[in-house]
Design a binder for this molecule. Structure first.
Ligand SMILES: [Zn+2]
Length: 120
C-alpha cells in the first residue's frame, strides 16, 4: 500500500528531527499534499495513526495542507488551476503547459506540545 510507506517516511522524518526525549510532545505534523501527488489523504492519515499507536509518538496527528494543482502555459504565460483532468491551456488551448504546484508531499512543520520548564 502506497500510503503506508509514505506514512512510514513521514514518521522516519519526525524521528530524525525530534530529540528522543521530546518525542511524546509531538502533536501535529503539518504536511503539504499536492492534488497531483496521488496520495489519498484519508488513507495517509489512517496509516499514520496506525503506525504511531502505542509508540512514544502516539499523540501525533497529521495535518494535511492540500495544495491545488496549478499549471502555467509556456505559450501565452497564462496561469490556471486544474482539477487534475485538464492540462490544456484555457486561453490559447495549447498543450505546452507545466505544473507549477500540486505535486507536493512534504513535511512543513512539526508542532510540539509546549515544553514544561525543567528545574535547573
Ligand atoms: Zn496558453
Amino acid at each position: 500500500m502506497h500510503e503506508l510507506s509514505l506514512a512510514q517516511g513521514i514518521l522516519n522524518l519526525v524521528e530524525n528531527h525530534v530529540p528522543p526525549r521530546q518525542m511524546s510532545a509531538v502533536q501535529i505534523v503539518h504536511v503539504d499534499l499536492g492534488r497531483l501527488s496521488g496520495v489519498v489523504a484519508d488513507s495517509l492519515e489512517f496509516c499514520f495513526e496506525a503506525l504511531v499507536a502505542g509508540t512514544t509518538l502516539q499523540n501525533a496527528r497529521l495535518c494535511l495542507n492540500k495544495i491545488p494543482l496549478c499549471l502555467s502555459c509556456d505559450d501565452c504565460r497564462q496561469s490556471f488551476e486544474s482539477d487534475g483532468d485538464i492540462f490544456q491551456c484555457p486561453r490559447c488551448k495549447g498543450n505546452a503547459t507545466k505544473v507549477v504546484s500540486g505535486m507536493e508531499l512534504q513535511v512543513k512543520e512539526i508542532e510540539l506540545q509546549e515544553e514544561i520548564q525543567e528545574a535547573t
